[in-house]
Design a binder for this molecule. Structure first.
Ligand code: UD1
Ligand code: MG
Length: 451
């Protein structure tokens, strides 16, 4: 039913970050690897929103850029002066005037709102409400607007500063999000005044205004976690914890095994396949996909990487952006992979750096191998052929190619290409001088070494 209705979201993201004690705009802080603004816009998209109007403050360049990155068709509006939440919504008047069926108003600092809740608000509009308020019952109501009901009908929202003692005792509070029927939204919003203690245009006054116009306002309730507003670093950490709980739960429901879920940190877009095992203490940055039956062992850190089916990673592995591991690859302890394709069945089990490279199927990269990809000016590629064997402690100085089935002797510094099936050894030849050590310090040979 909401599927055929058009929907515009107005996202308020104008400043308000002073309590973060930070130079960064508040809505750009990340939770589970995604900005708060990104979470809100993603929820809008999932709830069937056709567009978003993001209201930024006078210096909102970075916020505008993030909005465009998260949702390319987002429109940006500027609120020059901070005169209140209703005033901020009206900054997007040109977008509102286009007349979408549903209008959602969301705060950029309320990132945990679920798409299903937005959809419930839209459904209430579809059933004829002119205004839908998202209510909740906080443990501590301080600072929230109270929902005033008469005979079960919402008649007003009272901001705490303006509330009587009786109104302050109301447990049901305003989560901040609202939905308006597009047809009457502007008429309601334009009638909101600023006769209150703060002298601000309060969005919350929309309820009393709508009622005076003979329109219906309804409340939909949700849990506190979803409407947490983030104003401080401590609240940011609480929101992170709440979202991590949700993501871990979802990963386990999708068939991944998290041995100690509370120690695994996921990103909002992490994808773990069926029967993936994640050992304790693993961090997934954004953009990670892990295919079925792969094992990610303890203390590994993955960021914009792909792990193929049945592959093994870690313990203590680091997969950086562009690491693409195909099926059954083994990446072991203290191995760092960046911008490299590791083909099926290849192994790099110990202490290596593989960057800007291709490692052919079934190749074996010995302990301590380094691809020297950077010459101080530019990055260069290393190509290791299928079934090649790179002896331990080798340096492959890029650009360089190691042919299929080739063999590099341990401790080599390889600066030119090695043909397929060849042996390359590039190190000082060992010379042995019998008796030399004994002759060098005659007294040492007689007395045992002191430690
Ligand atoms: C608001 C609600 C309150 C609700 C609470 C939930 C109003 C008047 N009050 O209060 O009922 O319980 O949220 O968290 O709406 N903003 C602008 N421009 C402005 C003012 C605000 O863009 O001129 C943005 C802020 O950046 C923020 C949002 O609107 O994202 C809410 O503003 P804030 O000052 O945090 O309102 P609260 O006092 O929390
Ligand atoms: Mg707030």
């Amino acid at each position: 039913m909401t599927g055929t209705r058009s929907c515009l979201a107005i996202v308020l993201a104008a400043g308000g970050g002073t309590r973060m004690r930070s130079a960064q705009p508040k809505v750009l802080y990340a939770i589970a690897g995604r900005s708060m603004l990104g979470h809100v816009l993603e929820a809008v998209r999932k709830a069937g929103g056709n567009g978003a109007a993001v209201v930024v403050g006078p210096d909102g360049e970075a916020v505008a850029a993030e909005a465009k990155r998260a949702l390319p068709n987002a429109e940006i509006f500027r609120q020059a002066e901070r005169l209140g939440t209703a005033h901020a919504v009206l900054a997007a008047t040109p977008a509102i005037a286009r007349g979408a069926d549903d209008l959602l108003v969301i705060f950029g600092d309320t990132p945990l709102v679920r798409p299903t809740t937005l959809a419930r608000m839209r459904a209430a509009l579809a059933q004829g409400a002119a205004l839908v308020v998202l209510g909740f019952r906080p443990k501590d109501a301080t600072g929230y607007g109270r929902l005033v009901l008469e005979g079960g009908t919402l008649v007003a929202i009272r901001e705490e500063l303006d509330a009587s003692p009786a109104e302050r005792a109301i447990a049901l509070c305003n989560g901040g999000l609202m939905a308006f029927a597009g047809a009457t939204a502007l008429a309601v919003l334009e009638r909101i005044g600023n006769a209150n203690r703060k002298g601000e245009y309060y969005l919350t006054d929309a309820v009393a205004v709508a009622r005076a116009m003979g329109l219906t306002a309804v409340v939909i309730e949700t849990e506190e976690d979803e409407v947490r507003g983030i104003n401080t670093k401590a609240q940011l950490a609480e929101a992170e914890a709440a979202l991590q709980r949700r993501l871990r739960q979802a990963a386990m429901e999708a068939g991944a095994t998290l041995v100690a879920p509370e120690t695994v940190f996921l990103s909002a877009d992490t994808k773990l396949g069926r029967d993936v095992v994640v050992e304790p203490f693993v961090v997934f940055g954004p953009g990670v996909t892990v295919e079925d039956e792969a094992v990610i062992r303890s203390f590994s850190h993955l960021d914009r990487a792909h792990v193929g089916r049945g592959a093994q990673v870690g313990p203590y592995a680091r997969l950086r952006p562009g690491a693409r591991l195909q099926q059954d690859v083994h990446i072991g302890n203290f191995v760092e992979i960046k911008e490299a394709v590791i083909e099926a069945g290849a192994k790099a089990n110990h202490l290596s750096y593989i960057g800007d490279a291709t490692v052919g199927a079934g190749a074996n990269v010995g302990a301590g191998t380094i691809t020297c990809n950077y010459d101080g000016v530019a990055k260069h590629r290393t190509e290791i052929g299928k079934g090649a064997f790179i002896g331990s402690n080798s340096a492959l100085v890029a650009p360089v190619k190691i042919g299929d089935g080739a063999y590099v002797g341990s401790g080599s510094v390889i600066t030119s290409d090695v043909p397929a099936d060849a042996l390359a050894v590039a190190r000082g030849r060992q010379s042995v001088k019998p008796g030399w050590a004994r002759r060098r310090v005659p007294t040492k040979a007689k007395s045992p070494a002191k430690s």
